[in-house]
Design a protein around this ligand. Sequence first.
Ligand code: ZN
Length: 288
Amino acid sequence: MANKVKKRIILRKKRRVQIIALSALLIGSITVVSIGLKNRDGDNIIDKNGENNNQYYNSESNNVDYGNNNSKDEKSKEELQKQQEQEELMRKRREEMLLANKENVLPSNYVPEDLKVVKCIQFVNLYTSHENQLRAEAADALEVMITQARKEGLTFYGASGYRSYEAQTGIYKSNLQTYGYEHTNKYVAKPGTSEHQTGLALDITNKAGIKDGLIEEFAHSKEGEWIAHNCYKYGFVVRYPKDKENITGYQYEPWHIRYVGKEASEDMYNNNQCLEEYLGVATTEHGN
Ligand SMILES: [Zn+2]
């Protein structure tokens, strides 16, 4: 019995040793795992710091070494964005604005739908009877302008508003016969290229102009000066300015005003731009 008891005690001791050993092993493993976790966390923290630090230093050193490149990149990005915005603006303007010039020819059957007889000024020297018309918006803006001019003691006369393709053809042909190609090409628009066909242009003059016709001297009259500096307030521009002849393709015409709307006329007046420049289609290939 005593031996049996001894054996049991020995077995129990063995089991205890085994349990202790297992426990030790288990504790050891947990410690290793936790040390591992700590290390990992620690590494991560170090890495994070390291990364952050690296980023910090990198960006610092970039600023020092490549600072100009970075700001250049940013600048060119900004410039590119500005350029894209500008192009988009021009595209929108071209979409909204009817342009008739030597490159942008109107179809022979183009007739504005909302033509209206202009009653606020007297028309003189008309080629054809329907040239006392403008598109409604332009006619209304003209009335506001003329009312103000009258308040300031100025009297204007209209020489030509809307002109049909057929009428322009007649004018071009008769000028060609009388004055020859060079003169005609300089002063008279070919059919389809005349702004008068848009119904948005008007040749405006003063009392002297009834007798003298449309001549450059108008620019130096008080009416001509008033037009040059005030018509933009009502949505009009002097369409063929003196210093833009090689862009517009036409000689200076201080009497020819074009309705473009107030936003555009103010922009063009303030930036000294002709319509081609405002629409981003200016070329200087029209030198006569
Ligand atoms: Zn004209």
